[in-house]
Design a protein. Structure first.
Length: 398
């Protein structure tokens, strides 16, 4: 048989409703690999039978992507890796059902994201650590959730996985929280390049569909506690007391498995403060609507307390959309000082930024992809491909 030149990498599906950033990350990775390095990597996506057919169809429609549907991967639909999967992988050293599926699909390498397939995994593997939120914000995790996540990281490190991080900030966290490991580590900063099909929708139509004014701020974060929506509500309240009405359009999943009822309590507070017309939550909306609202917004807001490398900030950079961001290290790294920053508890500073931008933007602007985007995306693809080649070489396979 002739030697295969393409590297077949197993990915597991990340449901968008559970982690939109993760879903968008993989979709974007598959798109840009095909666009800028076709044939080098074949992403083989393993999805559960309960995963959303529409989301899977989008990924399957990307040239070069193969999809395998199997109940072995149904755990993702719950949002938590099944305890039995992790226990089997640790005790027996192998998640045998998953490995059988990988073997049947002639996989060369496994990309582990929030799932450990065992220290006896017969394939080279990359463990993606998106961030170290449980160590940075431990109060947001139950004791069980904290230790499940920490154990997962520790067994991946102990199993010699090559670790992929998305920022130098995360690299510093890895060294601080898990010192002394000898694993190979790569920092691969991602860049986003949405396909033309997602940019064909007219922003004016989307704005009218959701009943938004022509000038608004956009907050496309899932409604999780660490995403810090509360500070935006507080800032809007301050602005209202100053006699300034601005609108923040928010979108994303409203479910936080760690804190049920968070969205309902926050929206109740929005209503009690009389901010119904200022903080408008649109729910989980189609991706083409996300891009339309981003491109036409006065600025993107990301008030998050923790990020590994923000997908929403990266998407704003792709279009040159101004950003108003929490003053955390990774946001500084990601924007190289080119944003407006506020402390994660400083609602007054956020209110000041919103006021200044709102009063300096006198007309609506719809932005297109920046000309320097391709250079950043090619660098991302080259870094990822280099990582995979290094892992295979270290394993003595290529």
């Amino acid at each position: 048989m002739p030697e295969r030149t393409s590297l077949r990498i197993a990915f597991t599906n990340i449901p968008r409703r559970l982690w939109a950033g993760g879903y968008n990350y993989q979709r974007n990775l598959f798109e840009v690999l095909n666009r800028h390095s076709p044939g080098t990597v074949v992403p083989v996506l393993f999805a559960g039978t309960a995963d959303d057919p529409g989301e899977i169809a989008v990924l399957a429609g990307i040239p070069g992507v193969e999809v395998v549907r199997s109940p072995v991967f149904d755990h993702a639909a719950t949002g938590l890796a099944r305890a039995t999967d992790l226990a089997r992988a640790i005790v027996f050293g192998l998640d045998a059902p998953a490995v059988a599926a990988f073997t049947a699909s002639q996989i060369d390498m496994v990309f582990e994201s929030a799932r450990f397939f065992g220290w006896r995994l017969p394939f080279p593997a990359v463990a993606w650590f998106p961030d170290f939120q449980h160590r940075l914000l431990p109060h947001l995790f139950s004791r069980r959730a904290y230790w499940r996540r920490d154990l997962g990281f520790r067994v991946q490190i102990a199993s010699g996985r090559h670790i992929m991080l998305s920022s130098a900030t995360a690299l510093g966290d890895l060294k601080r929280f898990y010192p002394g490991n000898s694993n190979g580590v790569s920092v691969v900063r991602f860049a986003t390049e949405p396909p033309a099909s997602l940019l064909a929708t007219q922003p004016s139509d989307v704005i009218a569909h959701y009943g938004l004014p022509s000038r608004y701020f956009y907050l496309p974060n899932q409604f999780w506690r660490h995403k810090n929506h509360q500070i935006v509500v507080d800032a809007l309240d301050l602005l209202k007391s100053r006699g300034l009405d601005v609108v923040v359009a928010a979108s994303g999943s409203t479910q936080d498995f760690r804190e049920s009822g968070l969205f309902e309590r926050t929206m109740s507070e929005v209503r009690s403060r009389g901010l119904d017309m200022n903080f408008k939550h649109l729910g989980m909306i189609p991706l083409d609507h996300v891009y339309a609202l981003l491109r036409a917004s006065m600025a993107l807001i990301n008030p998050s307390e923790c990020e590994g490398w923000s997908t929403t900030v990266e998407e704003a950079k792709s279009f040159g959309v101004p950003t108003i961001l929490s003053d955390i290290d990774v946001h500084r790294e990601q924007t190289e000082g080119g944003a407006r920053y506020f402390g994660i508890r400083d609602s007054e500073a956020l209110a000041d930024h919103l006021s200044e931008v709102a009063q300096s933007s006198d007309h609506a602007t719809i932005r297109n992809l920046l000309p320097n985007l391709e250079e950043r995306v090619k660098a991302f693809v080259a870094d990822f491909v280099r990582l995979t080649a290094d892992v295979m070489q270290t394993a003595g396979i290529r």
